[in-house]
Design a protein around this ligand. Structure first.
Ligand code: HEM
Length: 464
């Protein structure tokens, strides 16, 4: 075994270290990342009888990402909701679905959403107007709602006023489920299905999941009815921009015509996209904006690039995306500093050799993204937010293999292009309109499966 993480107790192992609320998880993940890097990149911890390999060494992390394709049991806690969607499934089932879904996430497909991305970004800019030239405010709730509404449109093709109400109900219930998942993991006794049931928490979770299921099923029924009426044009055309696009759900329903996915599978995949996509994107943007407000020289450089590529007020088009090179480096650097998926949990189903250790079968592996991102290969300024590092080919040559912002290997993020294009669009509109002022030290976090800000104040000032 690699060295033990400090603080191991007889019988309990390290269980006591993870208990508490979900804000504490971020603190412990930071500490674990630091200790792991200091100790050469691999440590072990024990939660109950289970061994956890904590990995930050870039080579070993890649070995885990490429070889451990089964998820940790925490994902079973949401199986009644997300079923065998991409995030939760494993083995051949996952492999088949990933292959089927990959074509729906390619850059050309995502480009079809640009009309929506531009429209939603402009809506955000106008919603933020009330805070312009005033005091600090929490920007995250605005980003969350916009991100969710964007998802409703791109995933379901719903663009009417019902989205806002739908968004609020769905976000509230999914937030609570995610919080319960982490809370359950933190409280070792609740790992037992029986105790989870006896405490009444299962009932609460089932109630929340039923709300989410009912909503998703209603949407599917509506979509199917639209398609049945051969009203494809109405279903797939978004009236405000006249942009033709197919929402994910239509793409999946079309797959179904070839008898490839059942209704239940479609529901689980669409729920999975929403859960995996909207909070990650909005929290990534929140962190990025606070970082920009803290580092004005980075903000100015990015602003200048956007003006150079797009001019003062033009919408972003597909050829612009790849020209926003510095903006892309900023997104990557923000994710390096604040990895939204801070702990990637995998089940080790067989003995797997790392550089200096062998992970035993039937154990768990955790890639600590924050630690991998502070690996010495990034140089001696790992604590500094410096997007320029991603423009330096000597760093990117090795750095890309240590960058877990979207994970690496076969189970890396399927939505990376979606997230990148949508964030570039939002940023291009926002930065041309407002200057941001903030301090990264004012941010507070929790980890409800993904890293979320609990406090992220910014000030916005209208650009003249
Ligand atoms: C900034 C935004 C995003 C970040 C930082 C992010 C990050 C990640 C990470 C780190 C993973 C690996 C999770 C693990 O191994 O446990 C992942 C997986 C995944 N992401 Fe994303 N993601 C983002 C946006 C999206 C979007 C927009 C979508 C959907 C449209 C999406 C869908 C997924 C799915 C379905 C998986 C599971 C893939 C599989 O196991 O085959 N993500 N994402």
């Amino acid at each position: 075994l690699p060295p033990s993480y400090p603080g191991e107790l007889p019988i309990l192992g390290h269980t006591h270290l993870i208990s508490g609320d979900t804000e504490k998880i971020w603190e412990i993940l930071k500490e674990m990342s630091e200790k792991c890097v200091e100790n050469g990149g691999v440590l072990h911890a024990k939660i109950g009888t289970q061994i956890y390999y904590l990995v930050t060494d870039p080579d070993d992390a890649l070995t885990v990402a490429n070889n451990c394709l089964h998820k940790h049991f925490i994902y079973d806690y949401v199986r009644t909701w997300l079923g065998n969607g991409l995030l939760t499934s494993s083995g051949e089932f996952w492999q088949r679905h990933r292959k089927l879904l990959n074509p729906s996430f390619t850059v050309p497909v995502i480009h079809n959403f640009l009309g929506i991305f531009n429209h939603m970004a402009k809506q955000l800019v106008s919603e933020l107007e009330v805070h312009a030239d005033r005091g600090p405010f929490e920007i995250s709730p605005y980003l969350r709602v916009i991100s969710f509404q964007t998802f409703s449109r791109t995933a379901f093709g719903i663009a009417d006023d019902s989205v806002k109400e739908f968004a609020e109900k769905y976000m509230e219930s999914s937030d609570q489920v995610m919080n319960m998942v982490v809370y359950r993991f933190q409280n070792f006794l609740l790992h037992s299905d029986l105790i989870f049931k006896l405490t009444g928490l299962k009932k609460k979770q089932d109630r929340l999941i039923k709300i989410l299921d009912d909503m998703a099923n209603q949407v599917i029924e509506r979509k199917k009815a639209e398609m049945k009426l051969a009203n494809e044009k109405k279903a797939n055309e978004w009236s405000t921009t006249n942009t033709r696009y197919k929402p994910f759900m239509s793409l999946l329903l079309e797959l179904k015509n070839d008898d490839t996915l059942t209704d239940k599978e479609i529901k689980e995949e669409v729920d999975t996209f929403i859960v995996a996509g909207f909070d990650t994107t909005s929290n990534c943007l929140t962190c990025l904006l606070v970082l920009l407000g803290t580092y004005p020289e980075v903000q100015e450089k990015m602003y200048n690039e956007i003006i150079e590529v797009l001019g003062p007020d033009r919408d972003i088009e597909k050829d612009d995306i790849k020209r926003l090179v510095y903006t892309e480096a900023v997104i990557k650097e923000a994710l390096r500093v604040f990895p939204i998926g801070p702990a990637l949990l995998r089940y080790v189903d067989r003995d797997i050799k790392l550089k200096n250790y062998t992970m035993r079968a039937d154990s768990q592996a955790v890639i600590l993204a924050r630690g991998a991102h502070r690996s010495p290969i990034f140089g001696d300024d790992v604590e500094t937010f410096r997007p320029e590092r991603w423009l330096d080919s000597s760093i990117t040559a090795v750095g890309n293999n240590a960058f877990y912002g979207f994970s690496l290997g076969k189970r890396s993020c399927i939505g990376k292009a979606y997230a990148t294009v949508s964030m570039k669009t939002t940023l291009s509109h926002l930065l041309r309109k407002y200057k941001l002022i903030s301090n990264v030290n004012d941010m507070r976090f929790k980890v409800d499966m993904v890293l979320k800000t609990t406090t992220a104040p910014v000030r916005i000032v209208r650009r003249k």
